[in-house]
Design a binder for this molecule. Structure first.
Ligand SMILES: Nc1nc2c(ncn2[C@@H]2O[C@H](COP(=O)(O)OP(=O)(O)O)[C@@H](O)[C@H]2O)c(=O)[nH]1
Ligand SMILES: [Mg+2]
Length: 362
């Protein structure tokens, strides 16, 4: 591309923003999003040259609307979930020669006017993943959702070797180089968590920028019990392998695409299911075992568990947080049953603040 004469550009930043935006496209996994998809696409096309939509077996006319709004549409015959759609979208964006993609939800919960903030952050540090964080407007997030997000980020941040303020937001910028360097095995809503943990665990920096928290009337496809359970089971299985490796090594980054123990178990669905079941049923004793290993290693002056030692806190709060998970579950169920009867119990909020603290420096 010819270098544009500098005098017609207001600033270096404007030039960078223009050239970079040519290599970034917006990807949208969509399922039954006919009423919102056009506004998201049109909004995004103001800032990027190309929008790719994966229509995941919608029963409405999402595809037709997306096409006429100007998107390139991948049509998936039967609904397979957000994770599968994201994988197809990454592949398509790579095929088109993009360097980075911005993922957005199809239901207008993400404001396309915030795309330039992602681009600016990407220009500053092109190798980082940029995640939108809704935490500056956390009062707008439904309480139960916020609480599960808080616990999720405690563990996902441990898996990713860094604090991630909002681990459940789908408005993100991914450098495709990072995606190329990992195998993705999970499905539906788990894939976005898999990406964050693997990326962080191979040394990628994950930054956040504040975005608006938009909660509209549109129904969510996210299932509070099954989807949370699937994410939890994967996170537990990932961290178990990570700590097993970290106990024997001084390197906090344990993920490598070509040689990953966690991925080995994902090779077959049955193997993965058995492995996740075993790690889920041993959720309580396993961290105690690692804690003992950590204490003994510390006495011997070993530099293992570096991701933990970098926190400058003991392993203890993490072990305690894990032992508190069943208590949290029981209290959440009790609140759910009692609050509609007029009780105003808010124990979950307190438990979460107390036992799932911010352990990271920055
Ligand atoms: N391709 C595809 N995308 C989905 C599916 N379910 C959700 N999504 C996408 O993920 C976004 C977030 O899902 P949603 O159900 O709204 O979850 P929530 O916003 O977290 O409550 C949606 O706006 C869609 O873009 C699905 O089954 N297939
Ligand atoms: Mg939504």
């Amino acid at each position: 591309m010819p270098f544009p004469p500098r005098n017609i550009l207001k600033s270096i930043e404007e030039y960078l923003e223009k050239t970079t935006s040519k290599r970034i496209c917006v990807i949208i996994p969509a399922y039954n999003a006919a009423s919102t998809i056009a506004s998201v696409i049109k909004g995004a096309l103001k800032y990027v040259p190309e929008v790719i939509v994966a229509d995941d077996g919608s029963e409405d006319n999402t595809s037709e609307i997306a096409k006429s709004a100007g998107a390139d549409v991948i049509k998936i015959t039967n609904n397979k979930g957000k994770g599968n759609a994201l994988k197809l979208l990454f592949a398509k964006a790579m095929e088109k020669g993009c360097d980075a993609v911005i993922s957005m939800d199809a239901d207008a919960q993400h404001d396309p006017e915030e795309i330039p903030s992602f681009m600016r952050a990407h220009i500053e540090r092109p190798d980082d993943i940029i995640v939108g964080s809704r935490m500056s407007e956390k009062e707008k997030i439904p309480r139960a959702r916020y609480n599960s997000m808080h616990v999720a980020r405690f563990y996902i941040s441990l898996g990713a070797n860094q604090f991630i303020e909002d681990t459940q937001c789908g408005f993100r910028l991914y450098p495709l180089r990072v995606i190329r360097n990992m195998n993705l095995f999970t499905e539906r809503y788990v894939t976005e968590t898999e990406i964050l943990m693997k990326a962080g665990d191979m040394g990628t920096t994950i930054r956040f920028i504040n975005i608006r928290a938009i909660y509209n009337e549109g129904g969510s496809h996210f299932k509070a019990v099954t989807d949370v359970a699937k994410i939890t089971a994967y996170v537990i299985s990932y961290i178990t392998v990570k700590w097993l490796i970290e106990g024997l090594s001084s390197n906090p980054c344990t993920y490598n695409k070509d040689n990953s123990i966690r991925d080995f178990f994902s090779k077959t669905k049955t193997g993965d299911f058995i492995f996740q079941t075993i790690t889920a049923v041993t959720t309580l004793p396993i961290p105690v075992f690692f804690y003992i290993e950590y204490v003994i290693s510390s006495l011997l002056g070993w530099n293992n568990f570096m991701s933990m030692r970098k926190l400058n806190k003991s392993f203890f709060p993490i072990t305690l947080a894990t032992q508190m998970l069943p208590v949290l579950l029981v209290v959440s169920i009790a609140e759910k049953l009692l609050n509609p009867l007029g009780f105003r119990i808010r124990f979950v909020d307190r438990l979460i603040l107390q036992f799932y603290p911010h352990l990271w420096d920055s």
